[in-house]
Write a protein that binds this ligand. Structure first.
Ligand code: ZN
Length: 138
């Protein structure tokens, strides 16, 4: 309990210090030109992580950046990463209907072999519906 109140007061004093000592960051004027050759100058902090490549011009058009700066945003060309699950891969080869048919087939085989080999038939306890539902939500 004492620990959490100490942490709280330390955070408070830290943010108070930050407010007092940090000066406003320097600004740089980034110029944008639209198709109609309107120039728009937008002030950005020199510490800005990414300067946008386009800006909306006063005429409503898309103005493109013309000031060469190091921290320009880069167009994102990375392909969308999608982590494939086993279920996704299965779905690329099979439809739900396929799987249901396969399952029915399998259960048929199990029932048949169960009936042939013994009187005790554990296969009857398998609920076909719940197997399909579990696969869907996985
Ligand atoms: Zn314009």
């Amino acid at each position: 309990m004492g620990e959490s109140s100490m942490r709280g007061s330390r955070l408070g004093s830290l943010s108070y210090e930050t407010d007092e000592h940090v000066e406003p960051a320097d600004r740089q004027l980034i110029q944008y030109a639209c198709e109609k050759e309107h120039l728009t100058a937008v002030p950005f902090s020199v510490e800005a992580e990414e300067i946008p490549l386009t800006w909306t011009c006063r005429c409503g058009g898309q103005a493109k950046v013309i000031t060469p700066v190091a921290n320009l945003a880069r167009p994102d060309e990375r392909p969308e990463r999608h982590v494939r699950t086993h279920w996704d891969m299965l779905m690329e080869r099979r439809t739900i209907a396929d799987l249901e048919a396969l399952l029915a087939e399998r259960l048929e085989l199990l029932h048949a072999s169960g009936r042939a080999s013994a009187e005790h038939d554990d296969v009857d306890h398998i609920d076909e519906g719940s197997v399909i539902e579990q696969r869907k939500s996985a």
